[in-house]
Design a protein around this ligand. Structure first.
Ligand SMILES: *[C@@H]1O[C@H](CO)[C@@H](O)[C@H](O)[C@H]1NC(C)=O
Ligand SMILES: *[C@@H]1O[C@H](CO)[C@@H](O)[C@H](O)[C@H]1NC(C)=O
Length: 394
């Protein structure tokens, strides 16, 4: 424990993480020990202070302006060239525009390797807080500001140690990952291509070998309103919807050895207006995490089940559905993991190699107790450095 503290004090004191290689990569024994973050001056560690500053700026999807401005100026202060890519630019909200950030230290914007993550978070906002000396809490501390901070520090350290040249790697931080990936999809318009793209999302410091696919849709039942005492005068949309949803719950969805079972979530149901009125409309919003095959196959299963249930019912599929996404995981020294959440990976077109890696666990992301261990940020920097070096070698 003393040993670990000494290391931490050392790099905090000199303001660089260059000597943290003594902390082994992986879930090292070091992580069982508190780093004693609460007792030290975070301001003298670029990693922990950047992470803190990012978490403390509320950036719920659609409100990424402030964090974008902060990150842009932070990167410029570190001699990066920074480009904004506006998403849905509206003259009327000029002071609150959302933009992706592309940053590079060299003379070329087109680099062989790209490190990328997202700067938006889900609601609500929780500020940064250190608990029990070693746990960092706050919205985005895991998803995905832990990735943003550690990707930046990894590049800084690789440049400082001359392990890479400035034209090798660039950074891309996008908006709107949590709301369907409109930020990353816009990147396809930049006309750029990379050999390797390293995506940052919480993977518990393991290398993700794939993630489930996703299909999101609404089921809308159309009825006819009337007095509930005379049900034959109308047709209840609620009474149409309920058996249709039961049919969906009974569906046999595809499964695979790698991803397990597909899962269905009826996330919201709205229908009718009062107990004594026959419901005119009813709507359910549903998401399916797909474990095998194509999203079109699952669409067919859904349509078949719904059609059997009633004729006065329609299904609207949201755009951007996809089957399971296999991810490269051929770098030695990492454990591998599959995850059940979606990422921006399918939103970025191109033939690049792709990796998915980051600190923290999705099991607390999006919750009111989102947090990670401080030591995981240190390990993530090492992990990204390793991935970048492996990518440049191949
Ligand atoms: C940025 O570049 C200037 C001029 O080369 C240099 O003096 C300064 O130290 C650099 N700043 C950082 C943070 O690297
Ligand atoms: C998948 O579903 C089947 C049937 O419901 C169940 O027996 C099995 O344990 C599930 N597998 C996983 C990995 O959850």
């Amino acid at each position: 424990m003393l040993h670990i503290r000494n290391i931490l004090y050392y790099f905090l004191a000199i303001g660089t993480l260059a000597h943290t290689h003594e902390l082994q990569y992986g879930p090292p024994p070091a992580l069982e020990q508190p780093l004693g973050l609460a007792e030290v001056d975070l301001g003298s560690s670029p990693l922990f202070s950047l992470h803190r500053d990012l978490v403390n700026i509320e950036s719920i999807s659609n409100n990424e302006h402030k964090v974008g401005v902060f990150l842009e100026s932070y990167l410029k202060d570190h001699n990066y060239t920074v480009e904004r890519q506006y998403i849905d630019f509206l003259e009327s909200r000029k002071d609150n525009t959302r933009f992706n950030i592309l940053a590079y230290r060299g003379s070329k914007r087109q680099t062989p390797v790209l490190l990328t993550s997202h700067i938006d978070t889900v609601p609500p906002f929780y500020p940064y807080k250190i608990h029990e000396k070693d746990d960092i809490w706050g919205r985005g501390s895991v998803d995905a500001k832990g990735c943003v901070a550690t990707q930046f520090v990894a590049v800084q350290e690789l440049l400082a140690s001359k392990s890479i040249s400035p034209n090798d790697v660039s950074l891309l931080f996008v908006v709107g990952e949590e709301t369907g990936g409109e930020g990353m999809r816009a990147v396809n318009d930049l006309g750029m291509k990379w050999d390797t793209v390293i995506f940052g999302e919480p993977t518990e410091l393991e290398l993700a070998s794939g993630h489930k696919g996703l299909l999101i849709f609404e089921v809308i039942a159309h009825g006819k309103a009337g007095h509930s005492g005379y049900p034959w005068l109308g047709k209840s949309a609620n009474h149409i919807l309920v058996p249709a949803l039961a049919a969906l719950q009974g569906l046999e969805l595809p499964s695979s050895e790698k991803y397990g079972n597909s899962t269905l979530n009826i996330g919201s149901i709205n229908g009718g207006v009062a107990a004594n009125v026959i419901a005119e409309t009813a709507v359910a919003k549903i998401g399916i995490r797909i474990a095998a095959g194509d999203s079109n196959d699952v669409k067919e299963l859904v349509l078949e089940a719904i059609k059997k249930a009633d004729k006065d019912i329609e299904v609207i599929f949201y755009g951007g559905s996809y089957g399971p996404v296999d991810i490269d995981h051929d770098v030695e020294g990492f454990k591998t993991i599959t995850v059940n959440y979606g990422t921006d990976i399918p939103n970025l077109e191109g033939k690049h190699k792709r990796y998915l890696f980051g600190p923290g666990t999705v099991l607390v992301a999006h919750s009111d107790h989102e947090h990670l261990r401080a030591g995981d940020l240190v390990s993530a920097v090492e992990g990204y450095k390793k991935l970048v070096k492996a990518a440049l070698k191949s």
